[in-house]
Write a protein that binds this ligand. Structure first.
Ligand SMILES: NC(=O)c1ccc[n+]([C@@H]2O[C@H](COP(=O)([O-])OP(=O)(O)OC[C@H]3O[C@@H](n4cnc5c(N)ncnc54)[C@H](OP(=O)(O)O)[C@@H]3O)[C@@H](O)[C@H]2O)c1
Length: 249
């Protein structure tokens, strides 16, 4: 029996990139996976088809997670499909991540990132909390980034929004622990996915103590750990999954 048998997991941006692998790993562990996407149904349906071909349970549900009404409909449809409430929420989706100098950046560029990494997780968490509180159990896993430690230049809107996830994770963990709900943050290093095609990772790898590039499976394995009973006494924590790239920082 899989570690997540009987559980329902919602993976935002679960259709491609890292989210696709997170969806597959959670389904392989027995969870019913809600594969959320925004624009591209082809990727989402392919992800669901592959999960089903492997014997897993999944459904694709389109919703712009930055829109409160759509989040409400997403959770309603997810609960209709699974017949119960969400047990595991993985806040993974991302929009475009523009690299801009301070002079080029506007307040709206910052807001765009905050909308993805703070507003959307807030809307989703509020929507799944009634079910989690009723069950007195739940897992909220935020996908952050190692850029918070590195402070990459010309990337401040993204770095700022990813930094907000740290305090948000800790505060939510403090507030929700009494309900048996854990909240943790995973900070991946560079994980090349479809959108990074053509980028040579060798320079990045030079500084990574484990001397290899990160794979979506590395993040999937960390999410599975934090989603399972194995992590039941872990909350408010940050797990860097980056081959040791930031351990000295
Ligand atoms: N890859 C890396 O190197 C890396 C490193 C550190 C951290 N991260 C973090 O890991 C997470 C996943 O990154 P990724 O590289 O795998 O991203 P990605 O390949 O660009 O995939 C983004 C996903 O988000 C979905 N999405 C976009 N806008 C959405 C919206 N408004 N509502 C719902 N879903 C939406 C996309 O669906 P559609 O295709 O339908 O638009 C897609 O499934 C992000 O939080 C990112 O910041 C990534």
């Amino acid at each position: 029996m899989g570690k997540l048998e009987g559980k329902v997991a919602l993976v935002t941006g679960g259709s491609r990139g890292i989210g696709k692998t997170i969806s597959a790993v959670l389904a392989e562990a027995g969870a019913t996976v809600i594969v959320n996407y925004a624009n591209n149904s082809v990727h989402a349906e392919e992800t669901v088809r592959n999960i089903r071909l492997s014997g897993g349970k999944a459904v694709a549900i389109q919703a712009d997670i930055t829109d409160e009404k759509m989040v409400g409909r997403l959770i309603q449809k997810a609960e209709e499909y699974s017949g119960t409430t969400i047990d595991i929420l993985v806040n993974n989706a991302t929009g475009p991540q523009p690299e801009l100098s301070i002079e080029e950046s506007t307040w709206n560029d910052y807001l765009d990132q905050l909308v993805f990494f703070v507003k959307a997780p807030l809307l989703l968490t509020k929507a799944v909390l009634p079910g989690m509180k009723e069950k007195q159990e739940g897992r909220i896993i935020n996908i952050g980034s190692e850029v918070v430690q590195i402070g990459n230049p010309n990337f401040s809107s993204y770095v700022t929004a990813k930094s907000s996830q740290l305090g948000m994770t800790r505060s939510w963990a403090s507030e929700l622990g009494v309900h048996g709900i854990t909240v943790n943050l995973i900070q991946p290093g560079f994980i090349p996915v479809e959108r990074h095609e053509g980028i040579d990772p060798r320079d990045y790898v030079k500084n990574v103590p484990l001397k290899r590039i990160g794979l979506p499976q590395d993040i999937g394995a960390a999410v599975l750990f934090l989603a399972s009973q194995d992590s039941s006494f872990i909350t408010g924590q940050t797990l860097s999954v980056n081959g040791g790239n930031t351990f000295g920082i």
